[in-house]
Design a protein. Sequence first.
Length: 135
Amino acid sequence: FIIFIALIISVFLIRRVILIRKRNQQFAHKHTEKQIQYIYSYAEKLLNFKNIDTKNMSYAELADFMEEKYGDIYFKQGAFRGFIDTALCAVFSNTPPERYQNEQFIKLVNGLAEKIYQKSSKSQKLYLKYILCLI
């Protein structure tokens, strides 16, 4: 029985390591336009955990909502709007984001993840860390 429990725990830990390593590789992608898409996807997953339905909002509505509700709580005022604007530019234009911009956005979503984690209950923390592997 103890071996079975240890096996299950090790599966969760290995899965966590693999998913975090994959996310870090995506965040370091050589093409900045792909990189920002991965960063945005991670941000969406974090927001979905907070029950923010990103699928039923336009990008402008999402930026307005996040700035209004979480600006200066989870990130500096204006940072999320800048992130959305740059992500849209990367996807819909021929202007890829600069690497330094993506580094700022990685800090933004990692900070968002950390704040969400800090404000979560113990069971939510376990869920975030070992089931969803978002932290």
